[in-house]
Design a protein around this ligand. Structure first.
Ligand code: PLP
Length: 680
């Protein structure tokens, strides 16, 4: 394709894009296809010869678009928004055309300098303290664009880890092995933190203590302090706390004002992940939610979620850029340049060497909308979330489950977890509306997030009508099922009487074993299910199983929690209980709650801690990701360790025996009562 043809095709593409976005509501929001659908539509081998452009574009419409979930669709209310706007698309086009690789100032000076300037702009407009900005004369801070929030969390954890190892070496002597020190490090986050924190801890080879938030799903200072004190008593070294402003499940806000002073007092790196809700701080009225931000060492949010910027654009600020780069700097000769001392080289601020020119789209969007335009966009979404919330509240069949502070409403239909799961499944399978679930205190809730860039009140009305309509169908089906089951029971009574006179041995036998009753019930159940699926056009689609964060979104993974919850909190309790935020004592206490609270945190151990040998001692359940197992911690290790007797540094040892893992604890420990095996 030469420049002349590009002009033609480019214009066609712009037309296609505008038409796609303008008429997106004529499509299903989720596709009606199953995994593997594309294999049958695309040849197994690539073409040997060039193909006409028209054929490629025809396939885009016929084969690709039919397999898309349309994130910009007005009926898309799942996850969080995926930022999108024309100025951002244009900037990405230009960035692609420039095609630079901005790993150092010299490799792409404007790319580097624009990033620094725009991050200072953005830091100022979201109300970050000046210590996070590059251009403030006394500041050591600065901002950088990463590809995603997960990367920001990992980078900050790596920086905190490097700092902690440095501090411990200074304390215990240079001769102490880094690996010994590593085994003492403990990171912390809330149970509601995104799973990327756990992934970062896994990658970084550090233990992560996952703490219980309060009844509003906020991580509080006292819980953190208790855990840290306990760990320090056991010779462990708290070094990193990852907090969230706007959790993925229900958009709760951890209490930085309580957590910050604890981190400061213990010289612990405090990271703040504001992936979605951090965007709202562009509006001053939401900044009360970031109270305590001055204690943070690092902060990130994703303009590519909620600030009209296309993926990828995750902005991150640190208070001390030297602490960040010390952890990540490698400087081979071929990447050095004569301005290395005086200019920023963003390759030292993250993991990848190569970097796109992402500042361009942030710059275009901020200039095209202005701060006031971006504020208006955020405020509109928050207002619409409130409109949706009031509709749910007005309908006594439903209940709002979270404290709606920004653009996310969590709700459920009164009537049990199974019913809600069925409601969500049915709605998603209809292709008319897309939402995902979350697990709130072991209760299955449906998340409704305002996502479409130009969302209106009419969109909220349409969504609510769809939800109500599906709920009504479901409730009448349920009623029908119940009366059908009651009549089956009556009929069975009659059948039993008949059978009594029947000489058929098989039936006698079946009845004796209870199988006959079971079979009859099964037949009726199947008939009812067939009827329901026909009536509700209940098509199974793999999209109802869609996952982003399996812990929160995948109904199959949520299942065990949900079933567990059903036995713990009844619907009556839910109905009678005020909303968590209205009730200072929180949700109703389930029978087992007191016991559970005592063992309410668990530790995600790096797999690499396995190895070595020791004998079994007291048993503790410890969670490895995707692997629940039983650990035996031995309080006084007989392990051979090379550290000095005066130092608390001595290695834990592990061995496997009959599917069990035995660990000798690095130090005398009382961790056991607070560690539990997680159910997901
Ligand atoms: N943190 C929070 C609070 C999130 O909600 C999410 C995703 O929704 C992430 C981190 C992960 O974001 P990313 O996909 O940018 O890594």
């Amino acid at each position: 394709m030469d420049g002349e043809e590009f002009k033609v095709r480019g214009r066609e593409m712009v037309d296609y894009i505008v038409q796609y976005l303008d008429q997106i509501d004529s499509r299903r929001v989720t596709p009606g296809i199953e995994p593997g659908y594309l294999r049958n539509l695309i040849p197994a081998e690539p073409p040997q010869e060039p193909e006409p452009w028209e054929n490629v574009m025809k396939d885009v419409e016929d084969k690709i678009m039919v397999g898309m979930t349309h994130w910009q669709h007005p009926r898309f209310h799942a996850y969080f928004p995926a930022g999108n706007s024309y100025p951002s698309i244009l900037a990405d086009m230009l960035s692609d055309a420039i095609g630079c690789v901005g790993f150092s100032w010299a490799a792409a000076p404007a790319c580097t300098e624009l990033e620094t300037i725009v991050l200072d702009w953005l830091g100022k407009v979201v109300g970050l303290p000046s210590s996070f900005l590059s251009m403030s004369p006394t500041s050591k801070g600065g901002g950088v664009i990463q590809s995603c929030a997960s990367e920001c969390v990992l980078d900050c954890l790596l920086a905190a880890r490097a700092q902690a190892i440095k501090d411990l070496k200074a304390k215990y002597g240079e001769h102490v092995e880094e690996t010994s020190l590593l085994s003492k490090l403990m990171a912390y986050c809330s149970r509601e933190a995104h799973s990327c924190v756990e992934k970062a801890a896994m990658i970084s080879f550090v233990k992560l203590r996952i703490l219980e938030p309060d009844h509003n799903n906020e991580l509080r200072g006292d819980i953190l302090k208790q855990a840290m004190d306990e760990d320090m008593k056991n010779g462990l070294h708290p070094f990193f706390v990852s907090t969230t402003l706007g959790t993925t499940g229900c958009c709760a806000f951890d209490r930085l004002d309580e957590i910050g002073p604890i981190c400061k007092a213990n010289n612990v790196w405090l990271h703040v992940d504001g992936s979605y809700a951090g965007n709202a701080f562009i509006c001053p009225e939401f900044r009360y939610l970031m109270k305590g931000i001055e204690f943070a060492d690092s902060f990130n949010f994703n303009p590519n979620k909620w600030m009209l910027v296309n993926f990828d654009c995750s902005t991150m600020w640190v208070k001390d850029r030297f602490k960040l780069t010390q952890a990540l700097v490698v400087d081979p000769l071929y990447l050095q340049h004569s301005y290395s001392e005086s200019a920023i080289d963003y390759r030292h601020w993250g993991i990848p060497l190569s970097r796109r020119f992402r500042a361009l789209k942030l710059w275009f969007v901020i200039r095209n909308y202005g701060v006031s335009g971006l504020q208006e966009y955020i405020r509109n979404h928050c207002r619409l979330a409130k409109v949706f919330e009031s509709k749910v509240r007005e309908d006594s069949r439903f209940k709002v489950m979270n404290d709606v502070k920004v653009g996310l409403v969590c709700f459920r239909l009164l009537g049990g977890n199974k019913l809600n799961k069925k409601l969500l499944t049915t709605i998603n399978a209809s292709g008319k509306l897309h939402m995902v679930p979350a697990n709130m205190n072991d209760i299955f809730v449906i998340r409704f997030c305002v996502c479409a860039p130009n969302a209106t009140e009419e969109d909220i009305d349409i969504a609510w009508d769809i939800i109500k309509e599906e709920a009504e169908k479901l409730l009448s089906e349920e009623k029908l099922n119940q009366s059908a089951l009651a009549s089956v029971r009556d009929r069975q009574e009659g059948v039993k009487l008949e059978i009594r006179g029947d000489s058929d041995e098989k039936k006698e036998e079946e009845e004796e074993t209870g199988k006959f009753e079971e079979n009859q019930l099964e037949v009726i159940k199947q008939t009812l299910e067939r009827k329901a699926s026909k009536n509700l056009e209940h098509k199974r689609s793999f999209f109802v199983r869609m996952v982003s964060d399996p812990k929160l979104y995948n109904p199959h993974i949520v299942k065990p929690l949900v079933e567990q919850a059903e036995s713990r909190v009844s619907d009556e309790q839910l109905l009678l209980s005020p909303l968590a935020h209205d009730n200072p004592n929180g949700r109703p206490k389930a029978k087992s709650e007191d016991r559970e609270m005592q063992s309410s945190s668990w530790i995600s151990w790096p797999m690499a801690m396995l190895g070595g040998n020791a004998g079994p001692m007291e048993e503790v359940n410890v969670r490895f990701r995707n692997w629940n197992t039983t650990f035996s911690l031995s309080p006084h290790s007989g392990s051979t360790n090379s550290s000095s007797p005066s130092s608390p540094i001595n290695n834990g040892r592990t061995k496997m025996e009959n599917d069990r893992v035995y660990v000798t604890s690095p130090t005398p420990t009382s961790i056991a009562p607070r560690v539990r095996s997680a159910s997901v």
